[in-house]
Structures are given as structure tokens and as C-alpha cells.
Ligand binder design. Structure first.
Ligand SMILES: [Zn+2]
Length: 237
């Protein structure tokens, strides 16, 4: 059913499908940990990776849960190298609010995760220093604070006004009230192109992963322009 992907198992009855790009994510983010030669650092890297995967999974379950609320079941959740995707068994009802709620349910979970991990890290740091397992406590605190920062960045990234991100897609639904669906989709494709340019600028300072994301966003926003009429000069010419 899912060729070139690994079916990992089911969670709450929803199949979880892993794309090989997830291995790329592990390599990019885990490289410095996994090659450190230090067992504590390697296990920290592994726990961090597991924490990020669980965070992305819960984000997708946010979408799935909101969809179920409107009577549309998730067919499967896909985890790939740039995050995740919640697939539904059928199209969501066309109502604007329905789509916006389902789209923003993911970032809402990420917001909660950011705060929960932040709280857990503060609790770990506040344990008495003479507890006897102080290194373990501070390491757990570091891990929790690391995961809270990652969820913060995931939240900001997901809300950027670009296709196919939750922020961009919900913005398109929102302004389609006045602009019509095609024009709203094109508007977000243009703001998405600006986001791409910004990510390229940031990526050129030495972050290859950002350049990869920029390429992915550029292709997505370009294809939206193609399927939703494109710029005026291209439509009429
Ligand atoms: Zn999402």
C-alpha cells in the first residue's frame, strides 16, 4: 500500500508511515552526537531524535483529532525528512472554519509541547543539587529544554505564510473569504516565495538544512501558482 515507505505500526488505529527522508533528518541533526564516540552524548542524541519524532507525531495527531471532530478519519500519518503529514480518508468539508481549525490544530499541539517541555526542564533544573543523581537531572533538564526550543522553532516554521505549511494554508482559507479561493492561494504562493528568499538568505550563512527546506517550499509555492492560475502575465500570455 505504501511503496518506498516503511509502515511502522498503528497508533490509536492510525497507521504510521515512515519515509526514508526521516533517516536524512536523523543524520543532519544527529551527526555531531552519533559521531562523538561518547556513550552519554550518543544516547542524548538518540533521545533527542526520539523526542523530535514524537513531537512531530503528536502535531499530526492534532490534525487527525480535529479532522475526526468534523467526521473525517485520518487514513495514515506520514513522517518524512521535513516533518509530517496527516492524510485523510476523504476531503475535508469545504467550510472555511473547518479547514482552518484542522490546519491550526497541529500548531496548537506544538505550542502545548513547547510549554510542557519548558515546564519539565524548569522542574528538572529545580531539583536539589545534592539529590545524588545531579548529572542525570541536569542532562534531563538539558534534553527537555532542547526539545522545548525545537518545538518553538517548529511552531514558528509551521505558521510561516507559505505553501504547504499549516500557516500558509490556513491564511489562504482565511483570506479566500474576500479574495476568492484561487486568488487567496496565489497570494500565499507569493508570500511563500518571499519566505523562501528569506530562508535562502539565512541558509547561505552556513545552514544547508535551511537551503533544503527553501528548495522544498519554492517548488511547493511554484506548483500552487501553476494549479491556481499563475500570475496574470502568465495566464493571459
Ligand atoms: Zn501541521
Amino acid at each position: 500500500m505504501f511503496d518506498d515507505k516503511i509502515e511502522f505500526g498503528k497508533l490509536f488505529g492510525i497507521p504510521i508511515v515512515l519515509d526514508y527522508g526521516l533517516i536524512l533528518l536523523a543524520v543532519v541533526f544527529g551527526y555531531s552526537y552519533f559521531t562523538s564516540g561518547n556513550l552519554a552524548t550518543i544516547s542524548y542524541g538518540l533521545l533527542l531524535f526520539v523526542g523530535v519524532v514524537i513531537s512531530i507525531l503528536l502535531h499530526e495527531f492534532g490534525h487527525a483529532l480535529a479532522g475526526a471532530y468534523y467526521g473525517v478519519r485520518a487514513s495514515h500519518i506520514e513522517l518524512h525528512g521535513l516533518g509530517g503529514l496527516c492524510h485523510f480518508t476523504r476531503a475535508l468539508p469545504p467550510e472555511r472554519t473547518t479547514n482552518i481549525v484542522v490546519l491550526l490544530a497541529g500548531p496548537a499541539v506544538t505550542l502545548i509541547l513547547w510549554l510542557v517541555f519548558k515546564g519539565l526542564s524548569m522542574m528538572a533544573y529545580e531539583l536539589p543539587a545534592n539529590a545524588g543523581f545531579v548529572t542525570g537531572v541536569s542532562r534531563i533538564g538539558n534534553l527537555m529544554s532542547h526539545l522545548s526550543i525545537i518545538n518553538f522553532y517548529l511552531l514558528i516554521f509551521n505558521l510561516l505564510p507559505a505553501h504547504p505549511l499549516d500557516g500558509g494554508r490556513s491564511l489562504a482559507h482565511f483570506i479566500s473569504k474576500w479574495a476568492g479561493y484561487d486568488r487567496a492561494m496565489r497570494f500565499v504562493a507569493y508570500t511563500g516565495t518571499l519566505v523562501t528568499a528569506w530562508l535562502v538568505w539565512e541558509g547561505l550563512q552556513g545552514n544547508t538544512f535551511l537551503l533544503l527546506i527553501a528548495l522544498f517550499l519554492f517548488m511547493s509555492n511554484l506548483s500552487v501558482l501553476d494549479t491556481h492560475g499563475g500570475p496574470r502575465w502568465r495566464r493571459e500570455g
